[in-house]
Design a protein around this ligand. Structure first.
Ligand SMILES: [Zn+2]
Ligand SMILES: [Zn+2]
Length: 220
């Protein structure tokens, strides 16, 4: 049980990283990534803070916390340098804030994010076939989200990914305690987007492999 997209007080979330971890553990989750919004103004301080937190989070706690960031509303040419910086510093989960229909995201953002070293393209809106193929080629997860507004295109994203063979991920994009839905509700979100239980099982297997892809996380 995982959620690799949530926001803390390090950006526009309501909870401290430790509060987030405790809330998610209580809701039945085993792994989360804290992925606060960043651009050039705050990437250095946010990366430093989240790494400081995750390095000190006890390994024996009920929940594993991975360090992440979400590259948000960047001019498209900034995705590559900022993703590179975060990766070099040790960030494990790099999200690109995709072309959701409910915010004025710069056109070309999906493609620029997919061309950079990201792991997840969040709420990619009406993602095109060419962008979906690029996600497949690079092994980048396309996100189905429970977040209001962003979730309106889940069925489109799921359909494109299934048709063209790109990987999907189910995430919350939580900002407040009320956004933390149960693991079963997250699975139901996938079913509502048109996935079968078998396809959802495959998502969980692929996410597990991704989470285990660094030696320090292999004890999960
Ligand atoms: Zn936010
Ligand atoms: Zn987000």
């Amino acid at each position: 049980m995982y959620n690799l997209h949530c926001h803390s007080l390090l950006s526009d979330g309501e909870l401290l990283p430790s509060e987030l971890a405790v809330h998610y553990a209580a809701a039945g989750y085993k792994v989360i990534a804290i992925t606060d919004h960043v651009d050039y103004s705050n990437i250095a301080s946010t990366v430093k803070a989240i790494l400081e937190f995750t390095r000190h989070w006890p390994k024996n706690r009920k929940i594993i916390v991975l360090p992440g960031i979400e590259l948000t509303h960047l001019p498209p040419e900034q995705f590559q340098p900022l993703a590179k910086y975060a990766r070099k510093e040790g960030i494990k989960v790099i999200i690109g804030h995709g072309e959701t229909l409910v915010e004025p995201v710069i056109p070309g953002t999906n493609r620029a994010a997919l061309e950079a070293d990201i792991d997840i393209l969040a709420h990619p809106g009406l993602i095109s076939e060419a962008e979906t193929k690029l996600a497949k080629k690079k092994g980048i997860f396309l996100e189905l989200t429970s977040r209001q507004g962003h979730r309106d295109t889940n069925a489109h994203v799921a359909e494109q990914a299934l048709k063209l063979g790109a990987r999907l991920i189910l995430n919350h994009d939580s900002h407040r305690p009320e956004d933390i839905i149960s693991p079963q509700d997250l699975i139901n979100l996938g079913l509502r987007a048109g996935l079968s239980q078998k396809e959802i099982d495959k998502i969980y297997r692929q996410v597990r492999i991704f989470i285990h892809s660094r030696p320090e996380n292999r004890t999960i």
